[in-house]
Design a protein around this ligand. Structure first.
Ligand code: ADP
Ligand code: MG
Length: 233
């Protein structure tokens, strides 16, 4: 049960800013096991999104090592990293990041296009995950014909479509009202119960309360890392 899926040692991330170098992540050590449900918290600018982008293979660290599912992805070239990302990672964003002129079905099926599946398989699987998130009667709707909560459900379905081992969500409820946020958190609870590893960023304690482990980042280092003894359901 305690099989590591993420093993991070001494990760740093610097960004050039004019003639300066900004040190955003200053040495992160972090292990996450398969099936964990983790909330990442911390003040604005503490490096949460920078860390999530590295975890999600959207970015690579300046220094240190990242082993994802036993594979060292720390210095991987972009195309190889993209292939790993498409297979292992489902990413959910605060602003949904859906294709505006494309139906829910086609938005969800898009990662399967990159993975090389044919249309009948894509449509069958996209229908399956849209049904899983409760949108079986909204599949032909475009994003602007859906509510914020429904758009985020489409984004969650898209994140699930290629059977990733990790779901990463960067402030997934940041643009939603509190009632809709609870619905989305119940959905993440189901995804976790299905065996996925779930890592989400939030700055709301009420949202972090759903996770089983809470990690706090401050100024590019891990300030605390605690088990939540009584997670919300
Ligand atoms: P958080 O998500 O915790 O609010 P971020 O990880 O987005 O924080 O950003 C942390 C710091 O890194 C900020 O000061 C931000 O300006 C800086 N930063 C993030 N990405 C870049 C980038 N691509 N180039 C330069 N600075 C960046
Ligand atoms: Mg952020």
């Amino acid at each position: 049960m305690s099989e590591p899926i993420i093993e991070i040692k001494g990760i740093t991330r610097n960004f050039p800013l004019g003639s300066e170098i900004v040190k955003v992540l200053k040495g992160i050590d972090l292990n996450i096991n398969k099936g964990e449900y983790v909330a990442l918290m911390g003040p604005s600018g503490s490096g949460k999104s920078t860390l999530m982008n590295i975890l999600g293979c959207l970015d690579t660290p300046t220094g240190g090592n990242y082993i994802l599912n036993g594979k060292d992805v720390s210095r991987m070239a972009d195309d190889e990293l993209a292939a790993i990302r498409n297979k292992e990672i489902g990413f959910v964003f605060q602003t949904f990041n859906l294709m505006p002129r494309t139906t829910a079905l086609d938005n969800v099926a898009l990662p399967m296009v990159y993975a090389g599946y044919k249309k009948p398989e894509r449509n069958a699987r996209a229908t399956e995950v849209l049904t899983q998130v409760g949108l079986q009667d909204r599949m032909d709707h475009k994003p602007n014909q859906l509510s914020g909560g429904q758009r985020q459900r489409v984004a969650v379905a898209r994140a699930l479509v290629n059977h990733p081992s990790i779901i990463l969500a960067d402030e997934p409820t940041g643009n939603l009202d509190s009632k809709t946020s609870v619905e989305i958190m119940k959905l993440f609870g189901e995804i976790h119960a299905n065996g996925n590893t779930v890592i989400l960023v939030t700055h709301e304690e009420d949202i972090a309360a759903y996770a089983h482990r809470v990690i706090r980042l401050r100024d590019g280092i891990i300030e605390s890392d605690n088990v939540n003894p009584n997670p919300h359901k």
